[in-house]
Design a protein around this ligand. Structure first.
Ligand code: NIG
Ligand code: FE
Length: 412
């Protein structure tokens, strides 16, 4: 199966020798080819270049992209897209004055979602989750990291991870799985946090490794959830089971979690709404990707990750959705890119780099995803006819996508 896309107004994010990620000033550049073609064979990008070089190329399917832009699909490196039910009642409680913290303290929040998930069958959980996966694919997402963490028992965590594995098998979207057993302290361990950590480390992790259910490990490092010592235990246990870490950190409080993650070679540190100067300093020159989740800031009305300060200090940055029922009930990466420009003062080029190649790095798939590069996977977005690529973040809330190709398959 071959697809030839012709007359592309501008082919974006073309990188012959694509680096693993882009940092600092380099994020301001988005390499492009004007009036271009792109050739896909099966699941792979095989060629591209100026239209005048395409005259002799034949393909089974030709798509005319006159007036349209082509770019790599979004790499959403942080989601909790597998969950059961929703939390719209808590949403209204927050409108009426309760805080996210107050809702969590009275047994709502993550524990509310865990209760629902524990009482949902694996089949039903799969069905609810794939409805969301299909939606985000049409919105241009070609790679998804998906976390567990709404199970909080060995049985329910494994149920979530098996659903993730099934999505990985049955959909063209690239999936990476992260084990987030340490998302919240379940009720039955209320006064025994170490007991729960021991259960994660000694019971859940060996089972997960045996069934090969997770690529990465995560913990919610936050006041009222898990502290630095807990985080260290989880990162080290992950290493023993060959899982690098991706850490929820600095969402509400900055207390050294970023440094701990970097020291332990975490693949990413995510949230970062609260960042102090030491956090920025320690990320410099490291292999750990900082990940911002602007839809979460928007939905909870909390600060945005200080992207400007971080990029100006030379750091890379990735953007992801955090799609989950409590803090971000949206998996729309187009909205994330817009919000990053509008609220975090990222330029369109920076935001697109952050949502493609840097996102790919933050989920360990940068060799095959995140840019238009020969040999990489055929994951591309074809826009509608729009005046320029600035129009993508500018026209927030509008759907500017006409066609999505994932793994060489035309999705929408
Ligand atoms: O990334 N912060 C921790 N976990 C999720 C939200 C959990 C929830 O409210 O269900 C997040 O925002
Ligand atoms: Fe999250």
């Amino acid at each position: 199966m071959s697809i030839l896309i012709t007359n592309i107004k501008s082919l974006l994010q073309v990188r012959e020798n694509c680096p693993s990620f882009i940092s600092g000033n380099d994020m301001k550049t988005l390499p492009t080819i004007e009036n271009a073609y792109l050739l896909i064979e099966n699941d792979t990008i095989v060629n591209y270049g100026p239209m005048e070089d395409a005259s002799s190329i034949e393909a089974e399917t030709t798509i005319d992209a006159t007036g349209k832009f082509v770019l790599p699909t979004w790499c959403d490196s942080h989601t909790h897209i597998v969950y059961a039910g929703n939390r719209e009642l808590e949403f209204v409680d927050r409108i009426n004055g309760l805080t996210y913290e107050e809702i969590a303290n009275r047994g709502g929040g993550i524990l509310n979602s865990a209760k629902t998930l524990q009482n949902t069958s694996e089949e039903e959980l799969y069905n609810q989750s794939i409805a969301r996966v299909k939606t985000v694919m049409k919105l241009g997402t070609g790679a998804l990291e998906i976390k567990s963490g709404y199970g909080l028992t060995p049985e329910a965590e494994l149920k979530m991870l098996r659903v993730i594995k099934r999505i990985k098998k049955e959909f063209p979207v690239k999936v990476r799985a992260t084990f987030l057993g340490a998302h919240a302290l379940p009720q039955h361990y209320k006064n025994n946090k170490q007991g729960y950590l021991d259960e994660i480390i000694n019971v859940m992790l060996p089972l997960i490794e045996k069934e090969q259910l997770a690529d990465y490990i995560d913990i919610f490092c936050e006041k009222g959830y898990f502290d630095l010592d807990d985080t260290k235990q989880i990162i080290e246990a992950g290493k023993k089971h060959h899982m690098a870490s991706k850490i929820h950190v600095n969402q509400f409080n900055a207390f050294g979690g970023v440094a701990l993650a970097v020291e332990n070679n975490a693949l990413s540190v995510d949230h970062l709404e609260e960042m102090n100067d030491e956090d920025i300093e320690v990320l410099k020159g490291s292999n750990t990707m900082p990940v911002a989740l602007p839809s979460c800031s928007y939905f909870l009305s909390i600060p945005y990750t200080p992207a400007r300060k971080m990029i100006d200090a030379g750091l890379p940055l990735a953007l992801a959705t955090d799609y989950n029922p409590g803090s971000t009930p949206s998996g729309n990466m187009n909205f994330v890119v817009s919000t990053a420009c509008i609220k975090m003062k990222m330029t369109p080029e920076e935001a697109i780099n952050a949502a493609t190649i840097n996102g790919a790095y933050a989920m360990g798939i940068d060799k095959q995803y995140g840019s238009i590069t020969r040999g990489k996977k055929a994951n591309v977005i074809i826009t509608k006819q729009i005046p320029s690529y600035y129009y993508l973040p500018y026209s927030f809330g509008e759907n500017n996508i006409e066609t999505v190709i994932i793994n060489g398959q035309i999705i929408a």
